[in-house]
Design a protein around this ligand. Structure first.
Ligand SMILES: CCCC/C=C\CC(=O)SCCNC(=O)CCNC(=O)[C@H](O)C(C)(C)COP(=O)(O)OP(=O)(O)OC[C@H]1O[C@@H](n2cnc3c(N)ncnc32)[C@H](O)[C@@H]1OP(=O)(O)O
Length: 280
């Protein structure tokens, strides 16, 4: 079981609001967690080059970071990326293409866990989307309560474009934000929205020019709850999200995923897609 290292020092994020305050760090190579001592808000930053694709190790560390945020009783959590142009490229295709079956099982179970912890968290959450957010990257952002994005990027659930089917809990997560018809269209098309279009339809709440502004806007959102009793807020949020959370039958979902991924036509499609990414 991974245990985050916790030390106390000054934030290296010079120029951002966070830099003014001493921060507690709980960091690993893949996920950095910084808690601002003044606001009590944790910034969880994904840091897996080149594109924050979600492999088993990154998912495990995200899961541990979420546990740490919960345990530390942080005022809220902002999810961000250390990369300049990518928030997260979604699931790491190498986990699904010609997979090791035991690892594939672990991989999917850990993704379920991350979603259950993030979407179902009692603490306030916001995503500072400072880069592209396709598929699993979009899922992480949508699992938060508020989204702030930089211009000229893309976000969406593009699974059908890859010949795969987004699980129903990906759909429920989008349905928590957008009208059902919009979700059906977006998913059947495998639509990637520009930042501007995502903002127009409500998938993204605000557009800002820099990562620092995104972090500041996310902080402002979380601070809206400063005077709302923590427990009442948490139970209200969880009650809104309960139906989606309870709909996930983890075992059945795992069996379905394993079955689908191992279909020869899905393997072929993933292989071709991966090649096309490499050729680019
Ligand atoms: C039943 C199954 C259910 C599954 C549910 C969810 C599915 C998913 O999440 S599938 C993943 C879907 N993701 C995508 O389609 C995104 C693919 N990536 C991109 O579009 C671009 O990489 C991106 C816009 C994110 C960034 O563009 P660039 O900055 O131009 O980077 P490159 O495209 O040059 O990529 C750099 C490097 O990373 C590799 N890469 C990219 N994405 C992935 C990925 N998802 N998994 C694994 N590897 C990925 C890419 O091949 C490049 O590798 P090298 O050529 O070796 O440098």
């Amino acid at each position: 079981m991974f245990l985050p290292r916790i030390v106390k020092r000054m934030s290296p994020l010079l120029g951002s609001r966070m830099s003014l305050n001493a921060c507690r760090f709980a960091s690993t190579d893949l996920v950095r967690t910084e808690v601002d001592d003044k606001t009590g808000i944790a910034v969880v930053t994904m840091n897996r080059k080149p594109v924050n694709s979600l492999n088993l190790e990154l998912l495990r560390e995200l899961s541990s970071a979420l546990d740490a945020v919960e345990k530390n009783k942080s005022r809220g959590m902002i999810l961000a990326s250390s990369l300049d142009t990518v928030f997260s490229a979604g699931l790491d295709i190498t986990e699904m293409y010609k997979p090791d079956q035991a690892r594939l099982k672990d991989f999917w179970t850990t993704l379920q866990e991350v979603w259950l912890k993030l979407f179902g968290s009692g603490f306030p959450t916001a995503a500072a989307i400072n880069g592209h957010a396709p598929a699993g990257g979009c899922l992480l952002a949508m699992s938060c309560e508020y989204r702030v994005m930089r211009p000229n990027l893309t976000i969406g659930l593009n699974e059908t474009q890859l010949g795969i089917v987004a699980p129903s809990w990906f759909m429920s997560t989008m349905e928590n934000i957008l009208p059902r018809r919009e979700v059906e269209l977006a998913l059947t098309l495998g639509k990637m929205f520009s930042t501007e279009k995502a903002h127009e339809i409500g998938l993204v709440d605000e557009i800002v020019d820099t990562k620092e502004e995104a972090l500041a806007k996310c902080t402002e959102f979380i601070q809206l709850f400063a005077r709302v009793p923590r427990e009442a807020r948490a139970l209200t949020k969880q009650s809104f999200r309960r139906e989606a959370l309870q709909k996930l039958d983890r075992d059945q979902d795992l069996q379905m995923f394993i079955y689908l991924v191992n279909q020869p036509q899905v393997q072929k499609g993933l292989g071709l897609y991966f090649e096309s990414l490499k050729k680019k």
